[in-house]
Design a protein around this ligand. Sequence first.
Ligand SMILES: [Zn+2]
Length: 287
Amino acid sequence: MAPKFNKEMEFTYGVADQLSSLVRRIVAENPSAYTFHGTNSYLVGEPSGQVALIDPGPDLPSHVAALEDAMAGQELTAIILTHRHIDHTPGAQVFQELTGAPIFAFEEPAGSSFGEDRSFNYDIGIKDKEVIRGNGWTLRGLHTPGHCGDHLCFALEEENICLVGDHVMAWASSIIIPPEGRLADYFSSLDYIDALNFDTLLPGHGPVVSDPATYLPALKAHRESRNDQIIRALQGGRSTKEQLVALVYAATPKALHGAAAHTLEAHLFYLLEQSVISFEGGHYVLL
Ligand SMILES: [Zn+2]
C-alpha cells in the first residue's frame, strides 16, 4: 500500500509545542521545497532540569531566541545532531558558545555530499546503540544510513518515542543522496526502526508519524514500486538518467526534480548493485 503522506501540521514559528511530557518542538522559519515548513528542533527533558537540544537548525535570530526562551531555567547538557546537513547544524555552534554544552554527532563524518555542512565540528562521536543521558532522559543513538551515510535516529527510552531526523518524514518520502546515501542502507534502516516498535516518530521536518507500524512498511513498498517503475521504463529501451527522471517523476512538481534526481540515482545504483540493470555508453539498460 502506498504511504499516506500527511501535510497537516499545527504550529507557530517561535512557539515551543509540548509533544509529550519530555519533548518540546520548535520549528525554525527556514521553509523551502526541501525543508517543508522549516527544520524541527527538539528539546528533550523536564522543563525545569537538564535538557538536550536535538537538531539546533539554522542560525536564524528568531529561532535562536525561541530556543533560548524555551530553555530558560534549564541546563542545556547536550547538543545533538541527527546528521550534518546545513539545515540542521549551524545552531550547534551558537548554542555551544552560549552554554558550553558538548556537540554530539555520528562518529564518522559521511564525507562530502549535497547539503553537507563542511565546517561542522563536533566534540563527541556517537556509535550505533550508544547512549546520551541527562536527568530524567536517556537517548540511544541508532545508526540509520540512507538519507546520508552519517544519519542517527535517537530513541527516547522513557517514552518509546524515536527522533528520526530526515530518515523518516510524514509529509514526503526522504531524499537519498548518493554516493553516501544508499537505497540498500535506507531499506535496512527502515527495517531497523520498524523492528523497535516505537509508538511515535518525531521527524526533522513536518508533522509527527503516529502510526509507524503501518507507515514504515508503506515507505519501503513505495521505494520498491519506484524500482519496478524504472524497470518497466527500461523495458521500452535504453534510457539516460535525465530521461528517467522526466518519466518516473512526471507527476512531481518541477521544483523537486533536483531532489528527485538524487533519489533516482540512488535507485539506479541499487539496481546496478543487484545486477538488474547495466550502464553502457551513457545509457541504462535492463539485463
Ligand atoms: Zn538532511
